[in-house]
Design a protein around this ligand. Structure first.
Ligand SMILES: Nc1ncnc2c1ncn2[C@@H]1O[C@H](COP(=O)(O)OP(=O)(O)OP(=O)(O)O)[C@@H](O)[C@H]1O
Ligand SMILES: CC(C)(COP(=O)(O)O)[C@@H](O)C(=O)O
Ligand code: BAL
Length: 259
């Protein structure tokens, strides 16, 4: 499993955050979102989303619970087995885990595609540049030459050779409507969301109830470990994963502190 160490890299003015604070890593994460807003990467609404996530993470114990680790391993297996996997990036994802998403894409052969709820050309460009600074060579989502059916909004805009034709999509911190519309397109949907009651994890094939800053590096570790696994081993991991158990264990932990 992964801890929060990866978050400490690349945060400006880190010295302003008291390192001996018991919730240092959460402060660091908030700071990263704040920086994302300042840089024009993250929407101001992203701070509200982060606040909701932070509250659920507090109740989860700010740790990757065992069922989330299982979900991360199953998600890695799905990405490795996919013909055309795509990782979707919004303003919060770009601010929190840009390099980690590039690493996951490399470890699984997935494409990276920007998809925004609050879509503007300026933010799309800023996020694409930010991802390139973190090692991305090909960033999709700029063409926006296809539409997710039954979604009458900017967030329906996708690339024809990206999310539109993907068989497996990772959609972290996703809007519930879009998650439902993608589900109707018969894609295998992997969702990272700290709220197990949110519509996105509720419709996901693999709901990952964990903080994205722990989940993504852990998925990459699983993917690297499974790189030489044969198809039957990957299928067995997917088969053994139970989405209902994952949602139930996360909700139990949040409600009672027990799994
Ligand atoms: N760092 C994080 N890691 C994982 N999940 C997070 C993180 N920060 C925020 N979230 C979650 O991401 C989601 C983003 O909010 P969003 O508006 O897309 O969904 P929602 O309106 O809360 O629920 P629904 O899916 O029902 O529309 C929230 O559920 C929030 O808890
Ligand atoms: C803020 C965000 C989580 C992402 O917004 P964007 O970066 O524009 O896709 C949005 O979906 C919301 O919940 O309000
Ligand atoms: N993601 C923005 C709208 C919502 O809260 O679902």
């Amino acid at each position: 499993m992964t801890d929060y160490d990866t978050v400490s890299a690349d945060v400006e003015h880190e010295e302003e955050i008291p390192e001996d604070h018991p919730r240092y890593q959460d402060l660091l994460t908030r700071h990263r979102i704040e920086k994302g807003v300042e840089k024009g990467i993250t929407h101001l609404q992203g701070m509200h989303a982060e606040g909701r996530g932070s509250a659920f993470d507090y109740l989860l114990g700010e740790t990757t619970i065992p069922s989330a680790d299982d979900a991360e391993r199953a998600a890695a297996a799905h990405l490795l087995l996919a013909d055309h996997p795509v990782l979707s990036i919004n303003g919060n994802v770009a601010a929190l885990v840009p390099g980690e998403m590039v690493d996951l894409a490399e470890a699984t052969g997935a494409d990276l595609e920007i998809n925004l709820f609050n879509r503007t050309p300026k933010r799309i460009e800023a996020i694409a540049a930010h991802l390139r600074e973190h090692g991305a060579t090909d960033v999709k989502g700029l063409e926006a030459d296809a539409r997710i059916p039954n979604l009458d909004h900017q967030r329906a805009k996708v690339d024809e050779d990206g999310i539109y034709t993907a068989d497996v999509v990772l959609v972290p911190l996703e809007d519930g409507d879009r998650a439902e519309a993608l589900n109707e397109m018969d894609k295998t949907e992997l969702v990272i969301d700290l709220n197990p009651l949110s519509r996105s994890p509720q419709v996901a094939d693999v709901p990952i109830v964990d903080n994205i800053i722990r989940a993504v590096p852990n998925m990459t570790e699983h993917a690297k470990e499974l790189a030489d696994a044969d198809e039957s081993e990957l299928l067995a991991i997917i088969e053994a994963f139970d989405r209902e158990v994952a949602l139930e264990q996360a909700e139990n932990r949040i409600r009672s502190g027990e799994l």
